[in-house]
Structure formats: C-alpha cells, structure tokens
Write a protein that binds this ligand. Structure first.
Ligand code: GLN
Length: 540
C-alpha cells in the first residue's frame, strides 16, 4: 500500500501548514500505519544551511547531516522518528540533480524542460523517502503559498501524480485563513475561495480545506466554503489557534480530519489513533507542578523561531519533569552593554545556544562567567561550549585574550580553532561537521548520569573545535573533559565539578528531543533549575 497526502497553503504563509502536516503524520502513525513526512521548500537554495535564521528561523539538522527547514524538526518531534536527507526537497536540489544528469549526458539528444524532466525528478524524490523506509503513507507539505511562481513545478508534479495513481491513493489538503473583520465581526471566505480557484487553475481540486480561524467555524460559513470550493461540508475542518502546537493533533482529530482523510484514501475510517500518551503529556504542559525561569542568551532572540528546537526541548523536558520553563530571551548585546546582573540575577538557569559570527560573543562570555561564579545552572550548546571554554581560559587559567579563531583570528590563545582538515575549505554550503557522531562520556560525569550510558550519538553543525593544544592546561585548571570523540581527538562535552550543574556540549541535543521522548540532558538541566530555585528561595 502506498498513499499520499499533499498539503498546500493558501492566502498567506505562517498558517501552521507544518503543524497540520505533522499532525496528520502523527494521527496516522498512531493508527498503526508507517508514515513518512516530507517538506518541499520551493527555494533555489540547495539546502537551508546558508539561509538566515532571522528570516527563516532555525536551521534543523537531520541525523545524516542535511541542513533543513525547521518544519523537519517539527515532524521529528511529532512523529518521534528520525527523518533523513530524503525528507527535505528544495528547488535548488532538484535543478542540481537535473543539471548534473544533463552534464553526464543522461538526456542526450533531448531538450531538457521543466515538464517532464524537472517534474519527473520531483516525482522520483517524492517517492524516495517511502522507498527507503517502506512507509505506507507519505505526507508531503509544499512550502509557500499557492500562486507563487516558485512552487508551480512542484504542484504540477503532484497534479501528475494524482492522475497517474489510482483515485484513492492521493488526497489534497488545502490550508487557508479565514480573516475576521472586527467592525462587523464577520468571517470572510473570499480569500479562501480565491486561493482554491488558483489551485484549480493548476489542475488541483482540494479534497479537504483546513481553515485557520480565531473562532470555531459556524456552520453557515462551512457551508459556504463547501459550496464555493466544491468540497463536501464534512471536509471543511476548523483549525483554531491552539494553546500549544501539541494540541493541534488532538483538535484536528476531534474535528474529523483523520476520518475524512482516511475515507478519502480508502482506509478504514473507523480505526482510531491511540492518543492516550500524547494527551497526558499535553496536560503536563498545560499545568506543571512548578515553574522555573530559564534565560536564553543569544544573537537571534528577536525571532523566537531561530531557537525553536531548544524551546521545544525545554517544553518536552518540562513535561517529563513536571516543571514549566518561563523563557527569558536575552540579546547577548544587552549583556555586553548593561553587564550580566540586570538580566541574569533572577534566573534559575542560563542556556547559551549555537551561533555564528562574532557579534554578541563578549556578552555571552560574560553570561557564562556570571553563571559559573554565581553557581547558576549552565547549559551550553555548541557555541555555548565554545564560549564556556573561552571564559574558563581567560578567567580561571589567566590566558588573556583567549578566544576562538572564528571571532579573533589574531588571538594569542586560540582555545577554539579550526581543525587541520577544515582550514582549506572555502565553500560555505554543507561543509561543516554535520550530522551524527559518536561520543564517549567520562565515568561519573553529569552527562553520563543523565543519559544513563557512556556511549551516545548526537547531531553536529559546526566548523570550529576545542583546540587540543590547550586541553591539558584547561583540564588541570579544573574544567572536566567529560566527553570526547571515540578516538579521543575531539572534545564533545565539558563540565565543571565544583558547580551545581555546568555542562557544555559541542553537539546539538535539542535536535533529538521529542514530546514523547524528551532529551536526557534537557531533563537534567530542568531538574537542576528546579533545585536552584528551591535553594535560592531557602537562602533568601
Ligand atoms: N560558530 C561555531 C562553529 O562553527 C559554533 C557553531 C554552532 O554553534 N552551531 O564552530
């Protein structure tokens, strides 16, 4: 069996198409189907690695090292499975493949065209993740909004699939917005009608419409959409704003989406997803027994989606530990100008996320110093490990001017530096240390206690490394090297022993946290924040 659910978007972007796609994936998985989720990004970029987090939010990394849009992270968090490079498609990648084939003479004698060559390549790559995993249902989200020039070849390819496959093997869900006029308190269906018209002009008739709206859809509005857009009224599904995105699958199922998609695909519409574990986690998120204040000191804090996996990982760990995280978003520049105390003094934990470039680095280093000396739990992710190393080298070891050669190429003490093999790399795209690598954790380390094992595998995305030339000196001054690559060459985890909880990791644990299986380091961090809160209360 092989079925496809295609998700398109109308009216405007940012309507939560990714959440709808991830929810459909989860709902079918919880009915026992083997599901694959794929995102199509109609950008000419070959991957998301060179995109600006300010514009697009976080760059997510798959276990096999592809730099993707943040929706892939959401799919993994919902599905609770690892997705691979094949689950993310861009225009750039499609053209890259087609042009390479053309150069290799694969189309010899033929004129290479969007139809059929580009569309054939799209169709091949839409089937690929299902081929690789034997998935029974593929949920494919087309990024952007119907009507954009960029997405046309993709929609054309999906249209062809609809005609080539049996009727019951494809199902199109169109996600739209119903704006409400505050003056007349009226819900307007016209933008939805127009976007469906646009879709039809491409040859696609949606099978269901998921309408984003700030209130439940009244029946007359549903009837109107059904009539004008030519879908059965039961296939017009409400998608109100959710208290958290994890409510979305529960609501969408309640409003009949699972049954309607199942019916359209000729699947058993009576089969119900087992949502019990999901429901109990969502309840925990809604009303945790206690709350802690966690400061995220970063460069891209204005756009929260830049750190979406971290925010979600804190939420998952909080649901497991029965504690909610109130996140303070702290621009690192502010610490450099105001000093750390105003922003950090009332926190129960400090987290420094990954990042690139020298802006805001000094503020982050001050934040580490504050967390170290004031004994506030500290969690450093990737750049967060590098800042902690620099801070320790400068302030404990007394190496004035210690830095990463990324931020100060002339530093007298490059405690973070490029690996030999990276020095001559000139290309920016896809040239970092990407994807999973194994780490051996030290016996008795905080990390080993959290994981409950000493051999771990985590995702990486960085170019610079802890400089081995400084390892002995730093270690003898009291910073524990708590995890290394299996050949002991690369430092993967640092810890302070004389501190309530101080852990820096060179990898990105946030990418593998899921609602139903929270990440052990995030759980450890949240527990330490809770202890911090209890101890600061008892001492004040
Ligand atoms: N800029 C640093 C490096 O390239 C850290 C990267 C990151 O935090 N992901 O090594």
């Amino acid at each position: 069996m092989r079925k496809f659910v295609f998700i398109t978007g109308g009216v405007l972007s940012g309507l939560g198409k990714g959440v709808v796609s991830a929810s459909i994936g989860l709902l079918f998985k919880l009915q026992g189907y083997h599901v694959s989720l794929q995102k199509i990004d109609p950008y000419v970029n070959v991957d998301a690695g060179t995109m600006n987090p300010y514009e697009h939010g976080e760059v997510f990394v798959t276990h096999d090292g592809r730099e993707t849009d943040l929706d892939i992270g959401r799919y993994e968090r919902f599905l609770g499975e690892e997705l691979s490079a094949a689950n993310y498609l861009t225009t750039g990648q499609i053209y890259w493949n087609v042009i390479r084939k053309e150069r290799a003479g694969k189309y010899l004698g033929r004129t290479v065209q969007v139809i059929p060559h580009v569309t054939d390549e799209i169709k091949r790559l839409v089937h690929l993740p299902l081929d690789e995993t034997d998935a029974q249902i593929g949920v494919i989200e087309v990024g952007g909004t119907v009507g954009d020039i960029e997405s046309l070849p993709f929609l054309e390819a999906l249209r062809q699939m609809k005609d080539e496959l049996p009727r019951e093997d494809t199902f199109f869900v169109h996600v739209t917005l119903l704006p409400r006029l505050t003056t007349s308190d009226e819900l307007k269906t016209k933008p939805t009608q127009h976007s469906v018209k646009e879709l039809r002009a491409i040859g696609i008739q949606p099978d269901a419409i998921v309408a984003r709206c700030d209130v439940p859809l009244p029946d007359p509005v549903k009837r109107k959409i059904a009539l004008f857009c030519d879908v059965p009224i039961e296939n017009v599904i409400d998608n109100p704003d959710h208290p958290t995105i994890y409510h979305a699958p529960l609501r969408l199922d309640e409003y009949g989406l699972t049954r309607r998609v199942a019916a359209g695909l000729g699947l058993d519409a009576k089969r119900r997803p087992d949502l019990s574990k999901w429901v109990s986690k969502v309840r925990r998120i809604e009303s945790p027994a206690s709350r802690v204040r966690v400061g995220i000191v970063g460069k891209y804090v204005e756009l929260r989606d830049s750190y979406i996996s971290i925010r979600e990982a804190l939420l998952h760990a909080g649901a497991a530990e029965d504690v909610g995280a109130d996140i303070e978003w702290i621009p690192s520049d502010a610490i450099a100008t105001e000093g750390p105390t105003p922003r950090l003094a009332s926190l129960d934990g400090v987290l420094i996320p990954g990042g690139f470039g020298d802006r805001g680095i000094e503020g982050k280093i001050e934040a580490v110093e504050y967390a170290r000396t004031q004994r506030i739990p500290y969690f450093g992710l990737c750049l967060g490990l590098q800042c902690a190393t620099i801070e320790f080298a400068r302030n404990v070891l007394g190496l004035a001017g210690a830095n990463s050669s990324e931020f100060d190429p002339e530093t007298p003490h490059p405690v973070i530096s490029l690996l030999e093999e990276q020095i001559d790399v000139a290309l920016k795209g896809g040239t970092m240390r990407l994807g999973v690598y194994e780490t051996e954790l030290g016996e008795g380390s905080i990390a080993a206690a959290c994981y409950g094992t000493r051999r771990i595998t985590e995702r990486h995305r960085h170019r610079y490394e802890f400089n081995p030339a400084y390892r002995d000196r730093i270690e003898s001054a009291g910073l524990r090297i708590a995890g290394t690559s299996l050949d002991d060459r690369l430092v993967e985890v640092i810890e302070l022993t004389d501190h309530p909880w101080f852990v820096g990791v060179q990898f990105h644990p946030e990418f593998s946290s899921r609602l139903l299986s929270p990440h052990p380091l995030f759980c450890g961090f949240m527990r330490s924040c809770l202890e911090q809160k209890a101890s600061s209360r008892s001492s004040s």
